[in-house]
Ligand binder design. Sequence first.
Ligand code: ADP
Ligand code: MG
Length: 194
Amino acid sequence: MEKIQALSDADKLYSSLKDLPEPVANPVLVVVCGLPGTGKSYFSKKLSERLPFVVLESDVLRRVLNKVPKYDRSENARLFQAIYLLSEKLLKEGVPIIVDATNLTEKHRRRYYDISDKLGVKLIMVQVDAPPSIVEGRLRNRINDEENSSGADWKVYQKMKKSVDKIKRKHYALDTSIDYTPVLEKIIEEVKMI
Ligand SMILES: Nc1ncnc2c1ncn2[C@@H]1O[C@H](COP(=O)(O)OP(=O)(O)O)[C@@H](O)[C@H]1O
Ligand SMILES: [Mg+2]
């Protein structure tokens, strides 16, 4: 039953995606990880402006499945099951993707490691971070940003901070409080290499 639910959720998410890039022979899977306000969506947009990617932003997809998000355990579980299935479907079709979600624990990241291993697609992990004082200011200002889909505030940041695992696989680390163009260029080079 849960599997059927997840498949139908994934279909719904798939239909909500606009402007899918042209399929390629070797699509890349980029997984962005970081606490709220660290700049994941900002970075994902920058990268997708440089290379063809579809961005799977969990905050946007959550609203496709739930008009009024609750951010509770069961909503999260259902959302991320659907995003895993959607990622796999897109990669099988040859569509390069950026997963823009907090992905704070290895438990949550493992599914992406498995998808990459199983499909033989290149995995690029990106750890996004910024000093807490900067994040606090950004989260306060973001409330007024019409393009923002995230409901997370400073309280949520502090709560989530307790559950962060180090990324066990090779990854890029970005401090978004400074100019990270050199790292962005390195990532672009790595994507282009395949
Ligand atoms: N490198 C940056 N330079 C300037 N502002 C940034 C940068 N990264 C993020 N921001 C701003 O900080 C806020 C939080 O960034 P966002 O990408 O929404 O974080 P996240 O997706 O990780 O929750 C947004 O208002 C965004 O525009
Ligand atoms: Mg975001």
